[in-house]
Design a protein around this ligand. Sequence first.
Ligand code: ZN
Length: 283
Amino acid sequence: MALENMSQMLRKAQQNKYAVGAFNILDYNSTKAVVKAAEETHSPVIIQTSAKTVIFWGTSAIMTWVRELAESSPVPIALHLDHCKDLDLIRQCIEAGWTSVMIDASARPFEENLALSRQVVEMARPRGITVEAELGAIVGVEDDIHVKEQDAHLADPEQAVRFCSEVEPDCFAPAVGTAHGVYTGEPKIAYDRIEDISARTGVPLALHGGTGLSDEVFRKCISLGCAKVNISTQLKYAFINGFVTYHTKNSTEYNPLKVIGAQFDELKRGIVEKIKLFGGYED
Ligand SMILES: [Zn+2]
């Protein structure tokens, strides 16, 4: 199928109380693992790229892998740019064929965040590109965005309502207590806020910082209105561990294709597990 944007898949997920997994890819092998995991579970999926990954490979290389895999695939696939502060990069991705983008102006004062996010919606919507926007500060490190614990703050529900009615994002990422990276303690998720913001805005919510949350936490967040779940750190670990574990076990063998195969299996296994947990899949 041709790539699609996030609109239909998230609305459907929101209505049926499941979530679409958004997985941050690193290269062709990890992109293929995401697509094959979605095919195995007959699920829609969001291929997500960090701004850093886009800068590392360039838009055309990524677009070639994604098109090649998506066009021969029977499941709905969106290509989404994760956390981006840079309007030029957003524009480049839109022009290259990304079907969805995230503007992350959450570090700016509220009014500026609102204006910038709105500007991205105005740029993207006429071209059929969906937009995710963020409010509040999600703790941790994502790409080149560092948020220290003392600077993290949850999204204010009153502001969230105004933000969503003026920006009209297709997907909304309010900070609700999850964190990017690896959790060191038990995360304190503001479930009441997820429920409140979801009910009052009606916009499908994105849950960031998904890696490391328990199955129970995921299920609860999804039942309250999170229709998109971001998984990034898990793929970074599987990418390295899949590779290293194989080589450690077969240290005299220098067959790169076998190592790449082991890495693919490790990535896909974890992605399938998450898609099944998020619901909305078929055996
Ligand atoms: Zn994030």
